[in-house]
Design a protein around this ligand. Structure first.
Ligand code: UTP
Length: 295
């Protein structure tokens, strides 16, 4: 088996407007909304770190400066915590801080679409395969989604997308893949269809927001026309890349929460809170009572 180039860099496109979360996103980027006690973006960065990512590339935009501050030292706060002997809090903050020089920030001045946001990271990524993680999709599983993809990539090379089952009735809302021959824990992708017309989807497996891509995607995105929603779409770029390169799929087995939407965000809060031994006892009973009282 050929030795694959290690996936060292991950791109986090965080420049979207987050209109589904207005009015909150007027002042707070949706990536900074908290699931239990951590911002959404932290879950995704943790997933990338678990997969061996060494360099974290954030494509930010107007009003997203707080994300950069979040991944920096907060000197006054830490001084205060030290003076008050808040050692557990200090350790927590130190553990979350990326090592110096391992986080880069670039700007997408105009939110022209996900494909354009990824293209904005081209100089920082350079000529090597890389991961893209949509920060509003957060996942819960024993083995992180990107870790599973990196393991599959070691066998397949090329491009790898994570996919997950959806209700076939809902397939028209997603990017859906066609299922080819099995490889390792995944399979070769025979086709990708963005939002297939009802009843025409090649499967019920949707692309859930995690990608390993070869750097040739940048050249394609550079001249990519606007597509659906008048935005430069990553899916269109991947379709063009699929003419010359292989795509494999990693069927992710855990739960995915779309924190870009209100229902997904609320469910994520409930699910992650119920996983916490310090919180579950206090909320389980009241949650059951709330549900029982529903009319
Ligand atoms: P979404 O379409 O879910 O994000 O894009 P959005 O546009 O911020 O959300 P709504 O629909 O207005 O509520 C998926 C991811 O791609 C990023 C977003 O920040 C989000 O993480 N994105 C999207 C960009 O970075 N730039 C863009 O131009 C578009």
């Amino acid at each position: 088996m050929a030795q694959q180039q290690k996936i060292r860099k991950a791109v986090f496109p965080v420049a979207g407007l987050g209109t589904r979360f207005l009015p909150a996103t007027k002042a707070v980027p949706k990536e900074m909304l908290t699931v239990v006690d951590k911002p959404v973006i932290q879950y995704v960065v943790d997933e990338a770190a678990e997969a061996g990512i060494e360099h974290f590339v954030f494509v930010t935009g107007r009003g997203k400066g707080v994300i950069e501050d979040y991944f920096d030292i907060q000197y006054e706060l830490e001084q205060m915590l030290r003076e008050r002997n808040k050692n557990a809090e200090l350790t927590l903050l130190a553990g979350l801080l990326p090592k110096a020089g391992t986080a880069s920030f670039t700007r997408q001045q105009v939110p022209l679409g996900l494909g354009h946001a990824v293209w904005c990271a081209r100089d920082i990524v350079g000529n090597e395969p890389f991961a893209v993680l949509l920060p509003d999709m957060i996942m819960s599983a024993d083995k992180g989604c990107l870790k599973g993809m990196v393991d599959l990539y070691a066998q397949t090379g090329g491009n790898v997308l994570a996919v997950q089952e959806c209700d076939p009735e809902q397939a028209h809302k997603y990017g859906i893949v066609g299922v080819g021959e099995a490889v390792g824990e995944g399979f070769k992708i025979t086709q990708m269809v963005e939002k297939p017309a009802k009843g025409t989807a090649p499967s019920n497996l949707y692309i859930n927001g995690r990608y390993i891509l070869q750097p040739e995607i940048f050249k394609i995105l550079e001249t990519q026309e606007r597509g659906a929603g008048n935005e430069i779409q990553l899916t269109d770029g991947m379709l063009a890349l699929a003419n010359s390169q292989e795509f494999a799929a990693y069927p992710f087995k855990g739960d995915t929460f779309d924190c870009g939407a209100k229902d997904g965000f609320i469910l994520a809060n409930l699910a992650f809170a119920l996983q916490r031994a310090d919180i579950r006892p206090a909320i389980e009973g009241p949650m059951k009572a709330l549900i029982a009282s529903l009319k």
